[in-house]
Design a protein around this ligand. Structure first.
Ligand code: HEM
Length: 411
């Protein structure tokens, strides 16, 4: 019996376990999502103490409803070691806005949003285009290569590195450090993975504490400089919040965008008719990037805790209970998107949940979109032929969806 047949009849909790633990199911999680959406769209799981929500409208309403928020509850599930509640993995430090509720969330997000304006982001367009062109020159000379290695990782890390002011020579090491730390964002991971994540996170925090010390004696005119100013001169955030914010911006700034580039290019290559349509009509580009985000979202799930008793689609979610919103499932909900499993660069007007929704809506969305647009515009300008292995290996994680490698040939 095929995995599809098995999933189509399985009990919701069996589907969840296979999604969290079976690499073959995770490589194509959409069959499992469909089964959950159809059999139990708002599901109270017995294997992990949480609700699992898969329809677009339900996920959106959980993310937008102020009666749901952040709590330590999620830390007990993600990286679910027995002592998980005691941990404070700095990549998701409790001093970072990602784990805060109002009013602290509002204060901290407001401070960063002031510095991280759409105008500041848009001003980066020519610099990003120049970076992409230099990378594509090398790809052209070689006739191809592993896009993950030569473009999808180095570009976003360079962009966020420049914005923040992280010295160029220091950036490469973070590819593996952030990957190890982000492994703790998976549900049901083993103890060894959690330990690796903890040391990776400590290393990253230590690095940024040292960099902040350095910048206090020699101030710089970048995002780190601006945030230090807000701390030292205006006392608008604590020292722990300063460090956690810089770590969050840096880590969130590339792991996810790397996968937008890889997953987006793979979707185009797998759908040559769509690639052709985009090549013929560049005005489709912004919508095509949205479709890439919807179709193979870099972030597949998010979580909230009920801060009050809430009724959701006929179910009573009690105060303190955790709700997992499967963004990747919501993005393929047929009630929202006709023919949802079709990749269609002309699809318009239907926002996806890949950047979440509500007060934690991704702060870096304009930057991620800009990087996506520039990359695909330059790729299409530069190469009349782009092809790749149609069966590349997906990384084993579910929360952050991306390819291990994507070896392309170009001309
Ligand atoms: C394709 C790329 C990206 C995707 C799919 C993505 C996705 C997300 C998602 C789903 C959230 C919500 C998390 C939650 O609700 O707990 C989020 C939050 C966030 N993202 Fe992104 N992100 C991307 C790129 C970026 C970039 C480039 C940056 C920064 C430079 C960034 C910075 C942030 C920050 C600071 C938050 C926290 C916002 C808050 O808690 O209020 N992201 N992102």
């Amino acid at each position: 019996m095929s995995v599809s047949d098995l999933l189509s009849a399985a009990a919701p909790d069996d589907v969840l376990v296979s999604l969290f633990s079976d690499a073959e199911v995770r490589a194509d999680p959409y069959r499992a999502y469909r089964r959950l959406r159809e059999a139990a769209p708002v599901h109270r799981s017995e294997v992990l103490p949480m609700w699992v929500v898969t329809r677009f409208d339900d996920c959106a309403s959980v993310l937008r409803d102020p009666r749901f928020g952040k709590s330590d509850e999620a830390q007990r599930i993600f990286g679910s070691a027995p002592d998980a509640s005691e941990r404070d993995v700095p990549i998701i430090s409790r001093h970072s806005m990602l784990r805060m509720n109002p009013p602290d969330h509002t204060r901290l997000r407001g401070l960063v949003a002031r510095e991280f304006t759409p105008k500041r982001v848009e001003a980066l367009r020519p610099a990003i285009a120049a970076m992409v062109d230099a990378i594509l020159d090398r790809l052209a000379d070689a006739g191809g290569g592993d896009v993950m290695d030569v473009l999808a990782f180095p570009l976003p890390v360079k962009v966020i590195g420049e914005l923040l002011g992280v010295p160029e020579a220091d950036r490469d090491q973070f590819r593996w450090i952030v990957r190890d730390a982000a492994a703790a964002l998976e549900p049901m991971v083993d103890r060894a993975t959690v330990q690796r994540a903890e040391s990776a996170s400590e290393e990253m925090t230590g690095y940024f504490r040292a960099l902040i010390r350095e910048r206090r004696s020699e101030p710089t005119d970048d995002l780190i400089g601006a945030l230090i100013h807000l701390r030292d001169d205006d006392d608008r955030l604590t020292e722990d919040e300063l460090v956690a914010t810089i770590v969050l911006l840096f880590a969130a700034g590339f792991e996810t965008t790397t996968n937008l580039i890889g997953n987006g290019l793979f979707s185009l290559i797998r759908n040559p008719d769509e690639l052709r349509r985009l090549r013929d009509d560049r005005s489709l580009l912004p919508g095509a990037v949205e479709e890439m985000l919807r179709y193979e979202s870099s972030v597949q799930l998010d979580a909230r805790t009920a801060l009050d008793d809430v009724d959701l689609a006929g179910h009573r979610i009690a105060t303190g209970q955790l709700v997992l919103t499967l963004l990747g499932a919501a993005n393929r909900d047929p009630h929202r998107y006709p023919d949802p499993d079709r990749f269609d660069v002309t699809r318009t007007g239907q926002q996806h949940l890949s950047f979440a929704a509500g007060i934690h809506y991704c702060l870096g969305a304009p930057l991620a979109r800009l990087e996506g647009e520039v990359v695909f515009e330059r790729l299409l300008d530069r190469f009349t032929m782009i092809d790749a292995d149609r069966n590349p290996q997906w990384r084993p994680s579910l929360t952050l969806r991306g390819l291990e490698t994507l070896v392309v040939s170009v001309s």
